[in-house]
Design a protein around this ligand. Structure first.
Ligand SMILES: NC(=O)c1ccc[n+]([C@@H]2O[C@H](COP(=O)([O-])OP(=O)(O)OC[C@H]3O[C@@H](n4cnc5c(N)ncnc54)[C@H](OP(=O)(O)O)[C@@H]3O)[C@@H](O)[C@H]2O)c1
Length: 319
């Protein structure tokens, strides 16, 4: 950060798009954040990378900012008196601006961090953990239900498996290859399998982040009155169901989940605080698969893009 004569930084560094693909980013100076009344300024220590940010990085013009998940310290509390005080360690969801040394974060998307949770662990949680939590809420009753999770080896998938198992579901975790299955049994999955080897039992619930044929196959397996929740479409494929699907699934419910939409309706802070509490008490594992300083992010972004990461990529911020 560059100090001004008053000792206050005028510029901070941020990781920006270059227009040369989703993993080619550059560190550059940007203006200090100017928070709205309901935003705290956070000095960022760690961020995590979601597949969605790679998709944004691919699309956005050079010089664009990125980043949702941040962990760090509040250096300026919100002017409206909401949220944590200056000096509080926090985790939160920034409005696509989080990959910077300092960022303004709405207090409705910030939670305090207990001492025992490290910045790198906390940063892994927000988008993936909140998406898993809310997708499961949309799916419905977990206790005693059988839940099929597709893309179970990914960032959201690993939170889904853990939260659903904690909620009392029998979890069938489905992955693309044996390498992606690592650790899923320990996280609570009753069955861990690849797409070509899914057991015959009919799930009550499906939660999917892959889309296309994988979602279609999962919906085809559902009980006639089952519930499917789709939170993502990592495959980029359209969903095509067999012509007689509706006939065989007269009471099936299909729901789409969007964290952006959810966040516009409900403050994320209470759920974030709940998930952080699970982390602090050892009931949830952040599944941080790889960390690197943010200036050396490229190899890890490539690994994430090409599905070689079993869990979350976390970047540490600062020089
Ligand atoms: N709606 C929302 O608010 C929301 C929030 C978070 C994430 N998302 C979306 O949810 C999806 C998963 O996010 P994530 O952060 O968990 O990603 P991730 O960590 O990269 O996991 C992606 C998962 O999708 C599977 N997959 C299957 N086919 C794929 C393909 N063609 N390309 C990439 N992955 C494929 C991968 O498993 P295998 O390698 O085992 O096949 C992997 O488990 C993304 O589409 C993301 O944009 C949406």
């Amino acid at each position: 950060m560059s100090p001004s004569l008053t000792g206050i930084s005028l510029h901070v560094k941020a990781l920006l798009t270059t227009g040369h693909g989703p993993t080619d980013l550059r560190l550059a100076d940007i203006d200090e954040p100017s928070p709205r009344e309901d935003e705290a300024v956070v000095e960022v220590r760690a961020v995590s990378v979601n597949r969605g940010e790679l998709a944004h990085a691919e699309r956005l013009p050079p010089g664009s900012r990125l980043g949702w998940d941040v962990a760090g310290v509040v250096v300026r509390a919100a002017d409206d008196g909401s949220g944590p005080a200056a000096g509080t360690r926090v985790v939160g969801v920034a409005p696509s601006t989080g990959w910077a040394e300092r960022v303004a974060v709405p207090t409705r998307a910030l939670a305090s961090l207990p001492e025992e949770v490290r910045d790198t662990e906390a940063a892994a949680l927000p988008v993936a953990g909140l998406t898993a939590y809310h997708s499961l809420r949309k799916a419905g009753w977990l206790l005693g239900s059988t839940l099929l999770v597709t893309g179970a080896g990914g960032g959201v998938g690993r939170f889904l498996v853990q939260l659903a198992a904690r909620g009392g579901a029998r979890v069938i975790a489905v992955v693309g290859s044996a390498e992606r299955a690592v650790g899923l049994g320990e996280l609570g999955a009753s069955v861990v399998t690849t797409y070509d080897d899914v057991p015959d039992e009919l799930p009550d619930l499906v939660v999917d982040g892959v889309g296309g044929q994988i979602l279609a196959a999962a919906m085809d397996r559902l009980k006639p009155d089952g519930v499917a929740v789709a939170y993502g479409n990592a495959s980029g494929q359209p969903l095509t169901l067999p012509a007689d699907w509706g006939h065989r699934h007269p009471d099936t419910v299909f729901r789409r989940f969007s964290l952006l939409l959810e966040a516009s309706r409900t403050p994320m802070a209470p759920t974030l605080a709940f998930l952080i509490q699970l982390l602090a008490s050892g009931l949830l594992d952040p599944q941080v698969a790889a960390t690197a300083p943010w200036g050396e992010a490229k190899p890890l972004l490539e690994d994430l893009l090409h599905r070689r990461v079993n869990g979350k990529v976390v970047l540490t911020v600062g020089s």
